[in-house]
Design a protein around this ligand. Structure first.
Ligand SMILES: [Zn+2]
Length: 142
């Protein structure tokens, strides 16, 4: 177990309902060992324009909380993506993409695409970036 903190049922429900909480969660995860700018390595930052993003105080490069994670460039609310990711990773109940679509009020194709992305990521763990791996491992170990 890499992470000290486990996800409680309450925390999970918060994450499933709030994009804000998801970004907060991703930021904590991503920068759990501290911030370092991807461009210049500077460790000082201020908050960026988007939710829980961080901006390098030296070169002004901004990095979102989801950059480099499986939630990067997600075209629908990250809380819904989180719901799918959690259920696919845990694999306790095998929900169809139709069921995800119904529960989350999303198009089935959207759910299918994202579910495939997660499944692919799980198969290709070794070729993932560290933060992508972390975001999946966190879900897997919760
Ligand atoms: Zn920088």
């Amino acid at each position: 177990m890499i992470f000290k903190k486990e996800l409680t049922r309450e925390h999970l429900n918060e994450l499933f309902q709030s994009d804000e909480k998801c970004f907060e969660f991703l930021a904590e995860l991503k920068w759990s060992h501290g911030f370092a700018c991807r461009k210049c390595g500077n460790t000082n930052y201020c908050s960026g324009k988007t939710s829980h993003s961080r901006r390098c105080t030296k070169c002004k490069t901004e990095e979102s909380a989801s950059a480099g994670t499986i939630f990067h460039n997600c075209k629908f609310p990250v809380s819904k993506a989180f719901y799918i990711a959690y259920h696919v990773c845990k694999g306790k109940e095998d929900l169809s993409t139709y069921e995800f679509a119904r529960r989350l009020s999303l198009r089935q194709m959207t759910c299918w695409n994202f579910k495939s992305k997660i499944q692919h990521a799980l198969q290709e763990m070794n070729s993932l970036s560290d933060s992508e791996k972390l975001s999946i491992q966190k879900i897997l170990t919760s």
